[in-house]
Ligand binder design. Structure first.
Ligand code: ATP
Ligand code: MG
Length: 299
């Protein structure tokens, strides 16, 4: 690992759910890398930005210690470790800088399918297995429930079957894992997705400028992720009927073509432009509809 710290260092997950999407997102910001043979480090070739490939649990600590400047990690991991720091009487050292729109999941309380769920009070005196003791503890305190927390680092969902716990508090996306273990989610404690994490305080000047550049590109990449450029033509009298069909269009550009009545429109749409929507626009008087991908955007 190069010692020079005028380069920016970003920690991302080495393997696992966030590894590929994190790299793809950074690549879409114009970054390219040469990977070290031990696959721990990616040396940035197009920008002075390097990647450190680590376990996701290590990312907040690497930021807190200043070993890395930024990281891509689940909001759940960030909030749990921040909660643990605060619980231990330490100050916050990292925070969410941007939500990244992938890796969506929720931290949920799940109970055996046979339970009739009425209220959190049912958990009093019960054992709850989790890898998120700080987030679960905060919720239990808020609900005024006195339950026992059993800390497990993995395979939390099998704890009830093994008789280790009565209920669990774990990450859920589809719910298939819970169902396979005869559990059902009853309360959502926390909504999560992948985030760009950084220190609480701004970075020093040299790296700060690099971060600004990165954030500008990142914001552009996030904005165009689901955006398409829509082009079509119509007549002036039909325009008022068409605009309500484009609630997700960013200030459409209207141009006049041969004669006052004939218009050409160009709009950046942030929602999905399905066949159904195009057909609706056509019925309302749009013609020559064209949907173009957006390659880049800089506000
Ligand atoms: P590591 O080896 O890096 O410690 P891990 O096993 O702790 O990996 P993953 O299972 O790869 O982590 O999950 C990484 C992140 O993906 C989670 O912290 C969470 O933010 C997100 N995620 C999205 N959906 C799910 C899900 N169904 N289960 C678990 N995590 C999910
Ligand atoms: Mg982990």
């Amino acid at each position: 690992i190069p010692a020079s710290r005028d380069r920016l260092r970003i920690a991302i997950q080495k393997n696992g759910r966030l590894a590929e999407p994190a790299r793809a997102l950074l690549a879409s910001c114009g970054m390219g890398w040469r990977e070290s043979r031990d696959r721990l480090f990616c040396y940035g070739e197009s920008l002075p930005v390097d990647l450190l490939l680590v376990r996701d649990d290590d990312i907040p600590g690497l930021i807190a210690d200043g070993v890395c400047d930024l990281g891509i990690v689940g909001r759940n991991v960030l909030a749990e470790q921040d909660g643990a720091r605060i619980g231990a009487g330490r100050a916050s050292a990292f925070r969410e800088w941007r939500a990244l729109g992938f890796g969506a999941c929720r931290l949920a309380l799940a109970v055996p399918e046979g339970w009739e769920w009425k209220s959190p009070a049912q958990l009093s005196g019960k054992r709850i297995a989790t890898s998120y003791p700080a987030l679960l503890g905060r919720w239990l305190t808020r609900e005024g429930v006195d339950a026992q927390v059993a800390l497990l680092s993995g395979s939390v969902e099998i704890a009830p079957r093994l008789g280790q716990a009565d209920a669990i508090c774990d990450l859920v996306s589809s719910g298939a894992t819970l169902a396979a273990n005869q559990l059902k989610p009853v309360v959502t404690l926390f909504e999560s997705e992948a985030v760009l994490a950084g220190p609480i305080h701004a970075l020093d000047a040299a790296r700060g400028e690099l971060v600004e550049l990165l954030l500008r590109r990142l914001d552009g990449a996030l904005r165009i992720r689901h955006s398409k450029l829509l082009l079509f033509q119509t007549s002036r009298e039909l325009l008022p009927g068409l605009l309500p069909l484009l609630p997700d269009a960013e200030s459409p550009t209207v141009m006049q073509v041969d004669g006052a009545d004939h218009l050409a429109l160009q709009a950046l749409c942030h929602g999905a432009l399905t066949w159904q929507r195009l057909e609706e626009l056509k019925r309302a008087g749009a013609c020559g509809l064209m949907v173009l991908p957006v390659e880049g955007m800089l506000a």
